[in-house]
Design a protein around this ligand. Sequence first.
Ligand code: 9WO
Length: 236
Amino acid sequence: MRVDILTLFPEMFESPLGHSILKRARENGLVDIVLTNIRDFTKDTFRKVDDKPYGGGPGMVMMPGPLFDCFEHVQKLSPEKGRAILLTPQGQKFDQKKALELSAEKRLILIAGRYEGLDERIRIGLDAEQISIGDYVLSGGELPAMVIIDSVVRLLPDALGDEDSSKDDSFSAGLLEYPQYTRPEVFRDMKVPDILLSGDHAKIAQWRRQQAIERTKKWRPDLLEDNNNKNERGEH
Ligand code: 9WO
């Protein structure tokens, strides 16, 4: 998979892309992540990427010119057209199902905006899909882009070692994670549940499933609603 990121702050990605699973996935050639600075596609001496909004109002708006030039340059960097995604609060809500869908793509082109917003012609002209990671407005699209990259890359085949298979990831089964424990067996009078010390793997799996269902009912009943609806619709 190739992921292109169009941003005014490429340096924001250096650290998260340089550690752990993402670092290993890049080193192993599972994913090629390419950062392009939108500001490099300005044509004026001040490298201007924003301007005042028509019609008045607060703040500045991201100009269409540099972003279009940047996008068209980036698109030519690879024969794969790629799936263009604009990170905005008005986008389709991102979830594990969307992450799985995106992980099957050969190329993603993520566009991270800044300032008060993007000139509407960017959304119209790029015909880009819009994705939101939640109902809040951030300072830019960079962190949402990073969230999407992290969740998608860990789903790529061989991205996780055997010890970290994504198949058990919470949400993969539409449920929250079961409780996890590690040494010591007793910590500040809190003991590890006996079932986990029993060595009976069938019973442990059953207990974990039950715990995941109980936690989902308690903290995220909406997930069970979604699951029931899917089952009723025959979706699995
Ligand atoms: C901001 C905005 C607010 C209300 C309705 C629509 C909106 N679109 C944008 C927008 O595209 N903003 C750009 C990116 C420029 C300002 C900072 N940006 C941003 C993206 N803030 N928050 C996000 C974001 C992206 C994905 N998921 C949650 C928030």
